[in-house]
Design a protein around this ligand. Structure first.
Ligand code: SAM
Length: 287
């Protein structure tokens, strides 16, 4: 008997993934957590019935959210990741030679625990001595760092690896969060967040882009194709106080990109700038 997981992505459109078995299912204090073993994509993490990633193609999202902002920054030593409890973006950030400290602020510790158990190849960076894990709300966290106003506690890069703008993640798409995050960055800081699908979430991308433009001298958007996400095309919005996100910083001129590219299945020196080249309909959204 065939069994399928159906993700209703827009109310009028969705995807079906044929499942072999259900490996884990539990309600945490924040969300429903399910792990399916699927025939097409291997193990898949689903939170509140939305696919977070699939084993077979998680590298696209994690490499693009982790590597693009960091390699456009001259010296990204202190990184804040909000969400990202699976550890995928942490794994990617650790590939950068300057990284000294990564603070991972994930509201749901259960996501970290199940990722370590079922996705060790994604969560592998969580045990790195440079990584500090804080199980709390990223919104409150940046408001505290911002209010503290202590320059040495601020970050070079802030990455928002959140669920969709519902539930605990809703506030991660609002102006007060973006302003507090900007105040948690130091003077050369870069901010990047996953900002959903250009095909289905154009108005969200536009609204977020306007807020980011108000806050940062430089705002840009880049895309990557992710088969299990709604529409298969995904966006990332950046705000930068100093560097151009679309350019690999000159501080990496002697860096061994050949090794990085050998360890990465999607990111490369060509993909980095190319991912900012956008089709007209996305340029329209950004106007
Ligand atoms: N890395 C995955 C991907 O490829 O898209 C998905 C992202 S990760 C699983 C999303 C995480 O954001 C979830 O673990 C969720 O608990 C976390 N999250 C949602 N709202 C949050 C908040 N306000 N503060 C911190 N973490 C939050």
């Amino acid at each position: 008997m065939e069994a399928w997981f159906f993700e209703n992505q827009t109310g009028n459109f969705g995807i079906k993934i044929r499942i072999e078995s259900i490996l884990f299912h539990e309600f945490s204090d924040f969300q429903e957590i399910t792990i399916y073993d699927t025939l097409e994509f291997g193990k898949v993490l689903v939170l509140d019935k939305a696919v977070m990633f699939a084993e077979k193609n998680e590298f696209v999202y994690h490499e693009m959210l982790g590597l693009v902002p960091l390699f456009s920054h001259e010296k990204p030593e202190r990184i804040l990741i909000i969400g990202g409890g699976d550890g995928g973006v942490v794994r990617e950030c650790l590939k950068n030679p300057f990284v000294r400290q990564i603070d991972l602020v994930e509201i749901d510790k259960k996501v970290i625990d199940v990722s370590k158990e079922f996705f060790p190849e994604i969560a592998c960076g969580l045990d790195d001595k440079r990584v500090r894990i804080l199980a709390e709300d990223g919104i409150e966290f940046v408001k505290r760092v911002n209010a503290g106003g202590i320059e040495s506690q601020k970050y070079d890069v802030i990455l928002v690896d959140s669920t969709d703008p519902v539930g605990p993640a809703e506030g991660l798409f609002r102006r007060d969060f973006y302003e507090a995050a900007a105040g948690s960055l130091n003077g050369r800081g870069i901010f990047a967040a996953q900002t959903e699908s250009p095909f289905f979430n154009g108005s969200l991308i536009k609204d977020v882009g306007k807020i980011i433009e108000d806050i940062y001298p430089k705002r840009s958007l880049y895309c990557a194709s992710i088969p299990v996400y709604p529409s298969g095309l995904w966006s990332f919005t950046t705000g930068s106080k100093k560097y151009d996100a679309e350019i690999i910083n000159g501080s990496y001129k002697d860096f061994d990109f050949l090794q990085l590219e050998a360890d990465s299945k999607y990111y490369s020196r060509e993909i980095h700038p190319a991912s900012f080249i956008l089709p007209n309909f996305i340029k329209e959204i950004m106007k």
